[in-house]
Design a protein around this ligand. Sequence first.
Ligand SMILES: CC(=O)SCCNC(=O)CCNC(=O)[C@H](O)C(C)(C)COP(=O)(O)OP(=O)(O)OC[C@H]1O[C@@H](n2cnc3c(N)ncnc32)[C@H](O)[C@@H]1OP(=O)(O)O
Length: 209
Amino acid sequence: MERAIIIGGGGHAKVVMDIIQRMETCELVGFTDNEEHQEMCGVPYLGNDSVLPSLFDKGITRFCIGVGDNRIRKKLFHKLLSIGFTPVNVISPNAYISQYARLGQGIVIMPGAVVNPHSVIADNVIINTLSGVDHDCRICSHAHIAPGVSLTGNVTVGEGAFLGTGSKVIPGVSIGEWSTVGAGAVVLSDIPPETTVVGVPADKLINRG
Ligand SMILES: CC(=O)SCCNC(=O)CCNC(=O)[C@H](O)C(C)(C)COP(=O)(O)OP(=O)(O)OC[C@H]1O[C@@H](n2cnc3c(N)ncnc32)[C@H](O)[C@@H]1OP(=O)(O)O
């Protein structure tokens, strides 16, 4: 069995650890984080990011990033690849992934999530607990779909976009890259890049009031 590490020691990392332990497809040897830790969920703390090259030299070749922030996760993803590590797809046995969906690398799909036919989930994406990605959606790299999000058919989520918990997007709409959709928002039309929207219907945060 190949040996893997998790990068990150926060709440998201705990959930990722729990899923990897259930998947039983690789041996989880520990986690790294720039903050010092005790063990977590029975997984040993190995040190900060400076130990990564030496772990790779010891034959630990697989990684999974347990960090929710999209910009930090993108940076870490490229750093780990440049050292030589290969990403693990962490997919809960309690998620439903259509046989017609296409998955990239380094993806995390949490319990209760659904990914329906002909949707594409690109590299380093998080599909969080109980969220739904319906048919023909395209989720670009480094995006994070938070718990309880509902994406209907043909939705596009740009690189690095963050959809807050409980938000909903109607069919055919595009969320621009590195944009943020606030918790509970309902998105009825395309959102430009690097824009934060909130509310029902969703509108730019700066337009409020
Ligand atoms: C397992 C996990 O935990 S995964 C993590 C999941 N996390 C989330 O889903 C968090 C989602 N985040 C949000 O919704 C945030 O509130 C954001 C990103 C939209 C805005 O955050 P900030 O930029 O810090 O905004 P801030 O909190 O200062 O609020 C600014 C204004 O917007 C309002 N506002 C903030 N969020 C929302 C929202 N989701 N819906 C409606 N209004 C909102 C605030 O009430 C405030 O209004 P005011 O100016 O009239 O007082």
